[in-house]
Design a protein around this ligand. Structure first.
Ligand code: X8Z
Ligand code: ZN
Length: 601
């Protein structure tokens, strides 16, 4: 009845006051204006975020949260207003920009300012708490604190190098003790973000995250499963082998009788990459013939020197050098006198040329790889900077994470010889060692890359309730990684929060995709370079044809659906794990033979 009255009123109104049907031209004007506004606001938030993560104080947290709230409020408002244009047939460029606008937030929020302020306060606060996290062990003679507190870098060094199970366990427990205070705020944040996601038309925040891949969210989840099933036998072979070797080293009392591996024994705080325990699992024989950490130290390299190696690799492909401001504004070393978020990150503060990294570099092979990873982000950022602001992003987030890692796959013995870090290229007799070392990082990572968002997707959907956060976490750790908690855990603990990306709400499926994609990119670029030998010996260093191919894809940004970007670099339209399987094929054979020898023991 009311509706009919309304209609009558409208008929009586002058045309100029009636809600007009939206036009394509209006939609264009709307999205161009939105693009400009959000670009400016997000640059402001980037700058505030940089200061907050580099100088963690209550004030910088407040400034960053305010700037983020402005982005959140404007984006929410624009995304809701944009629904007015739903159903219009727009030119493809504008249609894609509308889609990207709707998907652009990682943590959406309800429309009201108080809820938005609360959400940004929590999310910035959790990020800062992670950055400030320290473990202050009790003095050896009692329970009183010893006065010396350990940072994550300190504790990670112990995890990587100690072979004393008690010492490793203390470091593991110490770091995980930073997370319980995050638990309640985390649950509150999940609820707030879910309201925002539903307002935008998504089932929940997890469904929104899964909608960012140019396919329906359920299809994306199925795609992740498909890729995981492709690589799972390789992971199983590696896990079985490593478990056997760890039992040889530490004994059954430490490793335990079950099929899992206690999470503290794998050389990494989160058991996500296992390269640091290469010495424990190394096969007999010559091995890789070198140790990258030792080579870097023998050259007396400092942090900047290592970054220069990475920059020169990109330059050898035809990319211009990094701007001077990169060297002036980046953070390369952990400051002694203030709290920073040491978790490595790359920044593009003005969405154009103000590229930076923020890292607490140590002179190790592991950091050498991370440097290439971060530079990959910066070179990608610059390559797409000619695109319209909405398109200044990677084809999908897995692409962003894969570029620097692709380059790092070209850090072969041949490359190290060419740049003067290694005297003599070892022969193929050391290849199993070389491959095993790589697999400990790249193959071991796969289930970890998958499970973080399996946990978060279920948290966002409500399938995992706050009362089961930790239990569900360890169930997924067991299911995918076959890794077990080193000591009993309860719901007082909040072990997911001890991982940076959970505390900072950075989606994680991207790293799983990147682990698959980097091998696909590597295989394609090696082909472009005309390389014929085994993939693990291919380096595209100084190959301009490969560089041009890579640049073509990078420059596209997110202007087209990701399968087109993948096609531009590889000729393939599907993500495909056969490249990582090809790469490790000789190792798989070795692992299966070794495992057969020990079967049933
Ligand atoms: O977070 C990172 C990068 C920054 S985007 C250092 N990575 C993941 C992690 O550390 O958990 C790279 C590999 C996986
Ligand atoms: Zn990254």
């Amino acid at each position: 009845m009311r509706d009919r009255l309304l209609l009558l009123c409208m008929l009586a109104m002058p045309v100029s006051l009636m809600a007009q049907a939206p036009t394509v031209a209006e939609a264009h004007k709307f999205i161009i204006k939105a693009e400009k506004q959000l670009f400016e606001l997000s640059n402001k938030a980037q700058r505030a975020g940089w200061v907050q993560e580099n100088f963690i104080t209550d004030d910088t947290e407040g400034i960053s949260a305010d700037a983020q709230q402005e982005v959140l409020a404007a984006t929410t408002d624009l995304a809701l207003k944009a629904t007015r244009f739903n159903g219009l047939k727009l030119p493809p460029v504008d249609a894609r920009k509308f889609l990207l606008l709707k998907l652009s937030l990682t943590l959406p929020a309800p429309k009201n300012p108080a809820a938005q302020a609360r959400l940004t306060k929590i999310s910035v606060g959790l990020d800062s708490d992670y950055g400030k996290g320290k473990y202050c062990p009790p003095a050896s003679n009692g329970d009183a604190p010893s006065g010396k507190c350990l940072s994550l870098n300190d504790l990670e060094r112990t995890m990587a190098s100690s072979r004393d199970p008690n010492e490793i366990l203390a470091a593991w427990k110490g770091w995980h003790s930073i997370a319980p205070p995050m638990r309640q705020r985390y649950a509150e944040m999940v609820d707030l973000a879910n309201v925002g996601a539903r307002d935008l038309g998504f089932k929940d925040t997890g469904a929104m995250w899964r909608s960012k891949y140019d396919m329906p969210p359920d299809a994306f989840a199925a795609e992740m499963d498909r890729l995981w099933n492709q690589v799972r036998p390789l992971y199983d072979s590696l896990h079985t082998y490593v478990r056997y070797k760890l039992t040889e080293k530490y004994g059954k009392e430490v490793v335990g009788p079950g099929p899992g591996i206690p999470a503290h024994l794998l050389g990494n705080m989160w058991a996500q990459e296992w390269g640091n325990i290469y010495d424990i699992v190394a096969p007999p024989g010559p091995g890789p013939g070198y140790d990258l950490t030792a080579l870097l130290r023998a050259k007396n390299l400092d942090a900047k020197g290592m970054v220069h190696y990475g920059e020169r690799f990109f330059m050898s492909l035809g990319f211009p050098p990094l701007p001077n401001t990169f060297w002036e504004r980046s953070l390369f070393l952990k400051p002694a006198d203030r709290d920073v978020v040491c978790h490595a990150s790359a920044w593009d503060v003005d969405g154009d040329q103000d590229l930076r990294v923020k890292m607490c570099i140590e002179i190790t092979g592991e950091y050498f790889v991370t440097i290439h990873h971060e530079l990959g982000h910066d070179f990608y950022d610059r390559a797409y900077s000619k695109q319209d602001p909405f398109f200044r992003d990677s084809a999908n987030d897995g692409f962003h994470e894969a570029i620097g890692d692709t380059i790092a796959l070209s850090v072969t013995p041949e490359y190290l010889k060419e740049i003067g870090l290694l005297d003599k290229v070892p022969g193929p007799e050391g290849d199993i060692g070389l491959l095993l070392h790589k697999a400990l990082d790249k193959v071991a990572f796969l289930p970890f890359g998958l499970l973080i968002d399996q946990w978060r997707w279920k948290v966002f959907s409500g399938e995992i309730k706050p009362a089961d956060y930790n239990k569900a976490w360890w169930e997924l750790r067991a299911k995918y990684q076959s890794v077990t908690p080193p000591v009993e855990r309860t719901e007082v603990d909040f072990d997911p929060g001890a991982k940076y990306h959970v505390a900072s709400s950075t989606p994680y499926a991207r790293y799983f995709l990147a682990d698959i994609l980097q091998f696909q990119f590597h295989r394609a670029l090696c082909k472009e370079a005309g390389y014929k030998g085994p993939l693990h010996r291919c380096s595209i260093y100084a190959n301009k044809a490969a560089g041009a191919k890579l640049a073509t894809m990078l420059e596209m940004g997110v202007s087209r659906p990701w399968p087109e970007a993948l096609e531009a670099i590889s000729g393939e339209k599907q993500m495909d794990a056969t490249a990582i399987l090809d790469y490790f094929a000789p190792l798989k054979k070795f692992l299966d033979e070794e495992n057969a020898k020990h079967a049933g023991r």
